[in-house]
Design a protein. Structure first.
Lengths: 459, 104, 104, 459
């Protein structure tokens, strides 16, 4: 293949990626956008084997490696539960960062003494950021998968350790750039990996998606830097696109969760170990039976359902819809109040309820539903907790303080479907559970809802 | 035009495109967008393959091959998982009558 | 990277930026935007000056100098007239109390 | 100055232009955007004198030419009446296209036999499109300035002449590219100029702004092509930006006016000379005095003012505001109904009324105000005509057919302030003038309004 043709096809792939991001930004075209991106990536992958000047020495090995990657990646992506998608994205981001770091390491090993300074700097940059992205993503994965605590991990003097590590990374980077040795590179890589871990540890679980998005943008930048070293326009364009859009997206996500990006990231430097109340205090609560709940619902004029992470865990989306349909058929006005960060990823609830074909009009965003709570008779909170926790308004210093919440306390009655008195993701007590207007129906959300449905039918 | 300038121009212009394209996305699409962007940076696969092709010794080859595997997982897995997420949005708008796909 | 490819990439990326940046402009701003864009292409002045600087004979010089005059009119006049249009929008939003600038 | 520094500064100017367009796309930042653009352009202009390798042979002449351009351009832009701005923009666009064509001609004269084909093609492209943009813009200027008829100029067989000219342009272009002669170039230029004229002549006055926008995009593309020939990245970026955004803008404008872009452009190939009714038929109309109008207004609950081009001509924006304030002080609900293409440029009315500090809330866009007309007692049409002409709905084939209009006929009473029975810009009769619910108050809008105001005060 001629160099010109190869280059033009590379540009074509860049355009595919732009179209992909464009498509992904609008609900109508999102799926097509993703397919365009996949198509472009496929073209690029086939194309690279025809790059003018390739040696094809290791072609079998390379093809085998690609095949192996496909065999690992596709089933993982296919089999995963909806509720676990965010951690899978974190993992994929991590391996991408790892790959970029490895590519840069190999490039580094090849750099002779003739290498230009910008090339060396770009290589070193890629190694550092790729390592941070790799280890940081692994920690976010562990947090989301609840293989480790979702609470901020803060230890005394932690901020000094983090700052020290960062200084160490930058110092060794200078050394690496000057001496071009392998040993300094390894030390630098290890420090960068450590920094990735330390940087993510103090982030509270609720802020984890923001960090994933940020690390995603980081990985994009490493890819762009690799493109610079390898003189591959495609990598520059694709990596920069991801880096820039990822930065914006991170900011948008932080805004949607009512967090400041700065606070999220540098929380580590300011956060103090917090006294968070443990779950299950021995205080009286009002718990009810499925029949009690059915009666409350049956005589309501307007019911708002607030879904949360528990709905996803219980896979109760179909049952909740069945109940909503039943209520609607009785002439009751039903809506779903969707908090932007209910569940474990932004839009989680929309995705979940769409799966159950809940009518689009019934999904009402937080800003719009909040003013209607005073006119609402019953709010049914299905497996949600943090997103309705008044502590976000009342308790300065608690991990969710400042996050906008669904103001369900304004409604006539609040019913919680949950399994225990355990707190939600942020690990903080919810005073609303003890409120006089609250009724608790303990049990798995799907089972509880099934019982409520049959009770409703018997009324 | 010098090569450095060309690369710099391309970088700067791409930054603007990245900013512009994403700046108005709705909350619902944040995760699929993140996931799709994540898949796109799997294109480092191209770099990994190039580096593997040019590997000068076994160490380089091994590292590059690991990079190929990781990048492939990132890219292929990323697009598949994004597609799965977006699949669930499908058929939601008014066009879709409620009977379609009620059963799981 | 070849020079041709670099120029082509820059062209393609600029097309996307041009599309994206403008695609959501409100009707009210159509004319100022047109006028501002019009001023921007007055940057051909740079080309005209370059060509005049390199003119090999009098014919070339005369044509180039005419181009310089025309391009300057386009550029300078364009920015001034755009500014005048936009000036009138100023002070309109709620911030501006109605007493401010009631008199002509 | 080193080449690298020069190039980076050029890139900086490109970024300024991107920021300028971005700024111009949002009301809050529009003015700042324009200033950023002007700043960038200034930097670029100063910079080019320091371009590495410039000879500076003709520097005095060049500086003189720039100065002359400033002396001509700035006062023209400063002194012009608001109502004449669109034609000034057309004129500026034309001279820009002319400049691009001249630059390309000089480049062409320099092309040796060693010139690469892409260079030659780009040069020839610039000459053609620059010439079309130049002559086309001059015709739009003449139309808008009403130095020639604003109606479509169509003559029998016109479409064949246009098509023939286009074929001629393309044919000579091939000749020019092959032979590199000066004579063919001149012939080609002349044909391109003729094509520009012929292409704009059949466009109806109402569609003229769309054509200006299109020619603007054309000029942008010629600048990009010049940038390619001169190897100037800045020109490529700036020209392409204008070309791309201009294309989108043209489409947006066409949509806002309810026209199809294709129809506007190729109308020439389909339009037949139309029998357009001449103004001033001898049919009875109901004309009233300023006192009659004041009484109608005084006893209304809700009044909608529909401003049009006549308001701008009469410079009656301050008087209309005075009247509106008076009505508001009497407890009457007053709003302005803003048609997107009222006046002679999009947004003309917003600009004009903003000048008189009309409260922003009172300006209501067409889509929002239309449903309120049935509840409106009096509509006061101040110097508007086409934008309220029901023929847009009822008379297929008339020049404005299909354009969305302000549906003032739904209101209780309609008052027209105009000077005569002459039709509006599109040159078509307005049946509404003869309607039973219509009252006409003849005279200059400002004088009429002044009389109405004093009549209102005396009531
Ligand atoms: N959306 C995102 O982007 C995202 C990402 C990461 C983190 N977060 C954070 O996650 C939280 C989301 O709030 P949320 O209110 O949706 O969830 P949450 O606060 O984590 O609460 C989930 C609730 O569901 C209950 N539950 C779990 N499994 C259940 C089952 N099978 N049946 C019934 N109930 C069940 C749990 O109580 P029991 O254990 O007592 O049943 C818990 O109270 C926020 O803190 C948010 O910041 C959000
Ligand atoms: N906005 C744009 O972008 C744009 C650009 C170009 C063309 N156009 C076209 O322009 C038209 C705009 O519609 P329009 O309703 O605003 O204007 P119009 O249809 O041109 O009508 C203007 C009216 O104002 C009257 N008039 C003129 N001078 C006056 C004065 N001093 N005092 C009182 N009345 C005066 C004229 O009648 P008398 O002569 O009897 O007084 C005429 O009926 C549309 O056809 C539109 O497509 C719009």
């Amino acid at each position: 293949m001629s160099r010109n043709l190869y280059d033009v096809l590379g540009l074509f792939v860049s355009v595919c990626f732009i179209m992909a991001l464009k498509g992904l930004s609008s609900p109508k075209s999102a799926r097509r956008g993703n397919l365009i991106g996949a198509f472009g990536a496929t073209v690029a992958t086939v194309l690279v084997f025809f790059e003018p000047g390739s040696s094809h020495h290791h072609i079998a090995l390379i093809l085998g490696a690609v095949l192996f990657g496909v065999v690992v990646g596709v089933p993982a992506a296919r089999k995963i539960q909806m509720t676990q998608m965010p951690q899978l994205v974190a993992l994929f981001n991590g391996v991408g960062g790892g790959a970029a770091a490895l590519v840069a390491i190999v490039e580094y090993l090849k750099l002779g003494s003739t290498a230009s300074t910008p090339d060396v700097v770009a290589t070193v940059f890629t190694v550092i950021v790729g390592c941070v992205s790799f280890s940081g993503s692994i920690i976010t994965f562990l947090k989301l998968q609840e293989l480790m605590t979702t609470r901020p991990v803060v230890f005394p003097g932690g901020r000094f350790v983090i700052a020290g590590t960062l200084v160490g990374v930058l110092g060794t980077a200078g050394w690496v750039i000057n001496s071009l040795g392998t040993a300094p590179l390894l030390i630098m890589g290890a420090l960068a990996l450590a920094f990735g871990v330390l940087f993510v540890l103090p982030v509270g679980g609720a802020d984890v998606p923001i960090v994933i998005s940020l690390l995603n943008a980081f990985t994009g930048l490493t890819v762009a830097a690799s493109g610079y070293v390898l003189q591959a326009t495609l990598l520059i364009v694709a990596g920069t696109l991801v880096g820039a859009s990822g930065t914006i997206l991170t900011r948008l996500m932080a805004t949607a969760m009512g967090r400041s990006l700065f606070g999220t990231l540098f929380g580590a430097f300011t956060a103090k170990p917090q006294a968070i109340s443990e779950a299950g205090e021995a205080r009286p609560v009002k718990s009810g039976s499925a029949e009690d709940v059915a009666i409350l619902l049956n005589y309501a004029q307007r019911v708002v359902i607030v879904p949360g992470f528990g709905l996803a865990v219980a896979q109760a989306q179909h049952t909740v819809r069945e109940m909503a349909d039943l209520l609607t058929s009785k002439g009751i006005d039903v809506a779903y109040g969707i908090h932007p960060v209910a569940g474990r990823m932004p839009g989680h609830m929309n995705v979940l309820l769409a799966e159950a074909n809940v009518p689009y009009e019934q999904l009402v965003e937080m800003e719009e539903i909040n003013p209607t709570f005073p006119q609402t008779d019953v709010v049914l909170v299905v497996g949600a907790n943090d997103v309705v926790n008044p502590a976000a308004k009342t308790t300065p210093g608690c991990p969710i303080y400042g996050m906008p919440i669904l103001d369900v306390a304004q409604a006539g009655n609040v019913i919680f479907l949950k399994r225990s008195m355990r707190p939600g993701f942020a690990g903080i007590e919810n005073e609303l559970l003890y409120d006089a207007k609250t009724t608790l129906l303990f049990g798995d959300a799907k089972e509880s809802l099934t019982k409520v449905v049959s009770a409703l039918k018997n009324l | 035009m010098s090569n450095g300038l060309a690369l710099l121009s391309i970088f700067v212009l791409s930054v603007f495109i990245g900013f512009e394209v994403v700046s108005k996305v709705s909350t619902t699409l944040h995760t699929p967008l993140m996931s799709g962007a994540n898949a796109i940076h799997g294109i480092i696969l191209v770099g990994a393959i190039t580096v593997a092709d040019r590997a000068a010794n076994n160490l380089q080859l091994i590292l590059a091959i690991i990079a190929v595997v990781l990048a492939t997982i990132n890219m292929v897995g990323g697009f598949v998982v994004t597609d799965r997420m977006l699949e669930m949005f499908k058929g939601k708008p008014r066009a879709a009558k409620s009977e379609a796909g009620d059963s799981k």
